[in-house]
Design a protein around this ligand. Structure first.
Ligand SMILES: [Zn+2]
Ligand SMILES: [Zn+2]
Length: 255
């Protein structure tokens, strides 16, 4: 289900952040309490804040318990910000999902990672070339879109977690996706009611791909949303990135 209106205006897109980690994610700074995040979002003029803590196979995080605790806390926090308590769930292989369907559906926002290849529990393709990984990513997404689990794809196609690849090979995993493949999967996601995240670190780095991703998506009419993958309060607002993101969507890199 889409949680945001369809828009291609970066000023509007950057008033919502759909990818943030609170203290429930071990990798987040201890300053990332729910209340501190909400207050910071307020101060930055954000309209939407989605909290998406990790939920990977083999982690010790009880996603459902965390969700209930935050929903309880939220009752005592007054704010004009629309706060969604979700999770960064895992599609850790073709047809493999980290949480039971009922937990997914209980959340305000089910954002899926399909590329946490740095984790031991993640399925890898037999063909470990950049093209092999691109094909595997598509297969994982195709299987995910056969279900109605995903509200969003977190950092789609981002090669940043592929530490076993050089920077060149990382870019090759993106170039290996043809326009046809990319168009087909974007359309399939849209039909499945799933938005595509503009993951700001990836989008600003791999601008040749950002341009294709953004223009194909707009042509098809997909829902985009912006996520900074914030692990600190200073990274909570994407508002200051609007201009650089708009340039990246044209394949350019602003300083
Ligand atoms: Zn992630
Ligand atoms: Zn994340």
């Amino acid at each position: 289900m889409f949680v945001l209106e369809r828009t291609y205006d970066f000023k509007e897109l950057t008033r919502h952040n759909v990818h943030t980690h609170s203290v429930l994610s071990l990798c987040a700074k201890r300053e990332m309490t729910l209340e501190a995040m909400i207050r910071r979002a307020e101060a930055e003029g954000l309209k939407t804040l989605a909290v998406t803590d990790h939920s990977d196979p083999g982690d010790d995080i009880d996603t459902y318990a965390g969700f209930l605790a935050y929903k309880e806390q939220l009752k005592r926090i007054e704010t004009p910000v629309r706060v969604l308590i979700g999770a960064e769930l895992s599609a850790y292989g073709v047809g493999k999902f980290g949480e039971p369907y009922e937990v997914d559906k209980a959340l305000d926002f089910a954002s899926y990672s399909h590329i946490h290849y740095h984790l031991d529990s993640w399925e890898h393709p037999e063909d470990r070339s950049p093209r092999g990984y691109a094909a595997h990513e598509l297969a994982v997404l195709n299987a995910l879109f056969e279900t109605d689990r995903a509200d969003n794809i977190a950092h789609p196609f981002s090669p940043t977690k592929m530490h076993f690849f050089s920077e060149e090979q990382k870019a090759e995993t993106l170039a290996a996706l043809t326009d046809n493949e990319l168009g087909d999967i974007l359309e399939k996601g849209e039909r499945a009611g799933c938005s595509w995240e503009i993951h700001t670190p990836t989008f600003l780095q791999f601008t040749a791909f950002s341009r294709r991703f953004f223009h194909l998506g707009r042509e098809i009419g997909v829902h985009f949303c912006v996520g900074t993958d914030a692990h600190t309060l200073s990274a909570l607002s994407p508002a200051g990135l609007a201009e650089r993101l708009a340039a990246a969507a044209e394949g350019k890199r602003l300083p």
